[in-house]
Design a protein around this ligand. Sequence first.
Ligand code: PHE
Length: 455
Amino acid sequence: MDDFKRPSADSGDDKAGGKAERFSRSGFIFAAIGSSVGLGNMWKFPYITGLYGGAAFFLLFTICLLLIGIPVLLAEMAIGRGGRGSPAVALVRLSGQKIWGGFGLLSIIGAFFIMSFYAVVAGWTLHYGVLTFSRALGEGTDFAGEFFDFIGGFLPVMWQLVVMLITGWIVLRGASGIEKFNKILIPSLVVILLFLMVRVLMLDGAGAGVEFFLKPDFSKLTNESVLVALGHAFFSLSLGMGTMLTYGAYMDRQQSLGSAALAVGGGDLLYALLAGLIIFPTTFAFGIEPGQGPGLAFIALPAAFSAMPAGWLFGGLFFILLAIAALTSCVSLLEVPVAYSMDRWRWGRPKATIVTSVLCFLVGIPSAISVGGAVGGLHWGPRSFFDWTDFIASNIILPLGGLIVTVFVGYVWRDAGREAGLTAGWFIVWLFILRYVAPLLIVLVFLHSSGILKF
Ligand code: PHE
């Protein structure tokens, strides 16, 4: 049990190798928004909104995020700060029971899996940024052919390596480096988003896209929409993988957890709103079908941008935006196994960062080359290696991790209320959600997304 001794509050002795790392108050908010705002907001959210019901789906997503996502986010942050440690040790310290160490293992497996395909897609965005800025994607290009040729080759591995190098370089600098990086990039993201939004809202026909995104038609919803919305609220807030828990461990003791969780959840929602206000007006103005799935950002949008005056500039900015959002999330994903190995095996940060970055890169290679079929034989059953890792991480590990967090705070950890610092009324609401509502819904999402139950 010695490994899991409760550290003396903030004495700084709770990390390997001396002084504990900390975020400043605003640093935590920026880093956590950086983690939550990512490809989930800019790439996945628009295409699932297109597929599962437009504005009505957006409304459902908002409700799931506020009602379930924020309480679970608060729970993860409280565990991280209360246990002052990574998922490897925080739950064990708080409960005194070794069995909760399993969550740590689950979260590093989850982080590795997500990272392995996430860094690949992040690499695509860099490649498309370069292509668009160099004006290689002019009007009349065969955009679908271009995309499939690219992902079917070996170039994605090179871009994935670039993503891992940048990510590793930032994580190497620890909490203060992560904070600095996010404090520069997250505001830049808003500026680019607003600039692009103003431009696309001026396009002829943009209004139909705004209507599709903001005027709900409830007849478009299915039972599946509800589950997809909840699953996405978890993915978008980076829950269930120990990322928010790991960042929570670097939080200031005096910072209010409730307002931090609201700020992060609200920030994530705002970015999703802005992304939708760019993507739907653009697709509608150019007569592109919004429900076409994952190709939306890499095939449909470059086509639309190429038809705009100075489209290379707007298209290039769009891909820079995607790349920044993806990198800030990659940093939080890599930090999970890095913090874990520092806590668990007392490694120093440089060793932890180098070893885990190399491993993440290696695990990601099969993803990078399987999705476009560059190498045959990396398909099992209906899915490629890439699709399997996405499926296992997003549909199985993520809900399972979320369930563990809700059960732990709802039923096991007695001091959760004190750590969260909520008023008595809010505490009751929070506990009610964590004990009854969230676990039930998470189990439903799990049964549905793993294919066990069909609705
Ligand atoms: N929240 C990120 C996004 O929306 C993805 C992510 C999931 C990051 C889990 C970290 C952990 O893109």
